[in-house]
Structures are given as C-alpha cells and as structure tokens.
Design a protein around this ligand. Sequence first.
Ligand code: MLC
Ligand code: AMP
Length: 497
Amino acid sequence: MALLSLLDHSLIGAADRVALEADAAGGATQSLTFGDLEARSNRLAVALAARGVTRGDRLAFLLANRVEIIDLWLACMKLGIIVVPINVLYQQREIAHIVGDAEPLAVVTTADRAADLPTGTPAWIVETLHEEAEAHTEITRARPAMVTATVCDADTPMALVYTSGTTGASKGAVLTHGNFAANALVLTADWGMRADDRLLNTLPLFHVHGLGNALHLWLLSGCHMKLTARFEASRAAEWFGAYAPTVFFGVPTMYVRLLDLAADTARAIGAHARLFVCGSAPLPAHVLEAFHERFGHVILERYGMTETLMNVSNPYHGERRAGTVGLPLSLTSVRIVDEQGADVPVGTSGELWVRGPNVCAGYWRRPEATAAAFADGWFRTGDIGVRAADGYITLEGRRSELIISGGFNIYPREIEELLMEQPGIREATVVGAPDPARGEVPVAYVVSDADIDAAALTALLRTQLASFKLPRAFVRVEALPRTALGKVQKHLLPPVS
Ligand code: MLC
Ligand code: AMP
C-alpha cells in the first residue's frame, strides 16, 4: 500500500480519536483529532495548489516543531510535492546551499527568518499560509478531487533531506514514499507501537529521527503524540509528569540530561513508560546503565542514517545489549566488508553496507555521488563496525571525519574553510573532542599570524554557522602535523587543555 493509505488507518479510520497535543502560540497547547489533521491537510493541499505548487515541485520549510509542519508534510504527501526540511538552527550560508541545490518553489518559514533566505527565494509565512488554507471552509475531511487524482507509489520522492554523507558537501538524500512506508511498518511492528501509546516527541521534525520515526510511527499506529517546539531539559520533569508518555525517542544528549532528574521523578516517569529508544549517535554504556538504575528501563538503542532511515536495532523482546546497536531490522540486510568489498568474518571490523526498502533512491541531482555511495546495490554507510557470533553489531567509528554533537552532524571541512577565510588565519583544522553531554564538540586548531580572540571569532562565526558547529575552543599551534603528501594528521594534534 502507498504511504498515504497506510496512514489512512488513523487519518480516516480513527478520525474522531484525539491525536495530538502541541505547543501553540503564546504558551498555549493545541489539541487535534486525526480527522482535524486530515481536514487541515486537505485544505492546505488546495491552498498550495492555488499558489501554483504541483507534483514534483520542491517546497522547503525552515521551522521549529509546530503543527503546521505536520499539515505541510501531509498536504505534500497528498499532492506528490517533495518536502525539503531545513534545520532551524542553520544560518544564511547553510540555508543558501540547500536552497541553491534543491531549488524549492518557496520556503515556508516565520516572518523573523524570512530575511535569512537567499535573495529571490520566496518566503511563505507559515501563519499566512495556514490562514489561506483555513479559509477553504468548504473543504473538510472528504478528500478533494486533486488529492484523489494524485497517484503516488513507492518510488515517488517524498523528501530531500540534506546530509553531508561521507564527504564534505551537503547533499539531498532522495527519500521516497516507499522508504518512509517501509521504515514506519518495520519499526511499528518491531517496537510494538500501539494505538494506546502516548509518544512524547521533542526531536526536531527537520531530521529523520523525528520525521521518519516519531511522526510516522505516531500516524501509522494511531497513538497519541505530544509535540514540543524542542527538547528543553528544564521542562522535562513537567512534560513527562503531566503527559505520562509510554514511549520516548531521543538522542544520547537527551538521556544524559534526563539523568539529572530527581530520583523519585525518574522512578515515576519509568512507571508510566514502556519504551525508551535512543539513536543518531553512540549511547555510552554507562548512560544506559545509569538510566536503567534510575528509570527502571533498558534503553533500546538503534542505528540509522538520513540516507537509509533505520537499519539496525536492539530487539524489543530479546536482550538489549549495551554498547551495541543490535540486529538488522526485519527488511534490511547488512554486510560488513573490507576495503575490497569482501565480507569479513565474525569478530573482524569492516564497513557496514546496507540494502533494503528503507534505503534512499540516491542524492538529488548528483549522479556521481550516488554512484560512489552504492556498490552492487548496497549502500556504503561509511560506518565501521563488527558483528558478534550471535549477530549483534557494534559500531566502532566512521570512515569519515564526521563529528556528531547532540545528535547533529558537523563536517569539519565546512568550519575549516570558514576559519581560513578570516584575516590572519593561515591554516585551520577542526576535530571532535569528547564531551560528557553532547558526545563530541568541535575544537579548532589554527596557525595564525596573531593571537586568537576567541570571543570575537565565535561572534563572527555565529552569524554564519548553526550554534552546534561553533568550535568550543581555538588552539593556536605553530604548524599542523602533516603527512609527506600534505594531509593533516588529526590524531597527532595536541589534546585541548
Ligand atoms: C538545540 N537548540 C535548538 C534546538 N536544539 N534550537 C531550536 N530548536 C532545536 N531543536 C539550540 C539551543 O537554542 C542552543 O543554542 C543550543 O542549540 C544548545 O541547546 P541546549 O538546550 O543547551 O542543548 P542540550 O541540552 O545540550 O540539548 C541539545 C539537544 C539538541 C539534544 C536538544 O542537540 C537536539 O535537539 N538534538 C537532536 C538532533 C537530531 O534530531 N538528530 C537526528 C539526526 S538524524 P545556543 O545558541 O544558545 O547555543 C540521524 C539519523 C538517525 O542522525 O540515526 O537518527
Ligand atoms: P545523519 O547523517 O545525520 O543521518 O547521521 C547518521 C550517522 O549517525 C550514522 O552514519 C552513524 O555514524 C551515526 N549514528 C546513528 N545512530 C547511531 C548509533 N546508535 N550509534 C552510533 N552512531 C550512530
């Protein structure tokens, strides 16, 4: 079945069930049924068509979590429009790259961010668009003809999600309706999502953890979701206490923050819950153990990528083994191979290659990058791992220099290039330094003519880079260690004091 027909079990089949509570303007909370979501997205589909968007067009959004992202996602799904999510933390330079590459008809955003779009790119203000949609009072839960006439199948592109892949330039992974359907079906089944679940989602909807997993598992299972604008550690006790979720999906940093909750609060949260899932970055074994002790639950760790959605997961019923990402999900095959692409034996490290209906169609308008990412139909993840005799996979690192901080990806190259554009900086290299809460944070090593004014440099970089990419320290060195061929030997850099 097509993606939309899967979700129809909730949108149409459970139309009167309360589906969602979400942060609304002015600190209020909004409550909607699945039928409300169906009607809102029908109206938005008509409003979008009136603005001239048609099948195959790209439409981007630059928004923090809010109900209108869900409306937009469903309306685009109904019309075959390709959604381009943009990280709301991105600054002009980062946004310009995505907009230039995806060429969306417009970017749906808020008035205060409109000025951050490249000149000539229409900003569609989210509130205006919503008002326009809601003015179509004649459109209700009955699907308008333009929706019923739109036929999408598993190969229809649903989204371009930008990722740096294993090399520096950010590329749009073409995720299809079939990719989202396969991911949602497998996880709903493998993690036992049920209509009586209560899912607290604090993950951003502009990345696949929130978008592919949380949003679709909610819509497919027909459970209830609480959507917050973002994760805020200071509000966790209030959210978990009042909402009493049965399911929570998070990145390791969120679990580290939750360990700060008082012991009795943690126990009470654990008593209501049935499942805590973690992914997007390595979950340290000691965090899993501390969480178990305080909340009474063994976190289920899984492994995914923007390009592949979810690949490997610890089992719901079997052993959730600390430090491992578990076993391949039901529709995904995983090989671990050496440099020549030959399978390595159990216990030997190699690169993970994956294949399945969850794997993207390739990179948007980049046939060379697509060709390089696949080998004989297998997607080369760039992640290094090892398989135990009983199949459990442990990730050991990455082939690339990717830094993951708080679950957000950082490519050193982007920061290095920006640093080298600054007057007085002759050379720069950026590496990830361990951080107890965020996993890793970027640190810059620079060769410069004068002392570095870290505060001034940070202030300058802040206007061009998302906050999570700002180096946490600048270390001035005489020279960067290099190989005979001139490549920087990052492992020989002095540790940050
Ligand atoms: C963080 N900030 C946000 C934000 N998250 N701002 C708006 N919306 C968000 N969603 C900003 C803060 O304002 C602040 O900016 C800075 O980031 C740090 O915030 P913090 O509250 O001090 O951070 P912290 O408690 O450390 O928590 C950060 C975090 C965030 C965990 C909430 O890192 C996060 O949401 N991570 C999730 C990333 C994610 O979804 N990754 C999945 C990628 S998909 P300032 O300016 O004050 O510094 C993928 C595939 C897979 O990897 O397998 O899933
Ligand atoms: P992204 O490009 O943002 O989708 O990030 C995908 C990358 O996140 C993967 O290639 C892995 O390196 C990493 N990742 C995701 N889940 C895990 C996990 N559970 N443990 C370790 N790394 C992970």
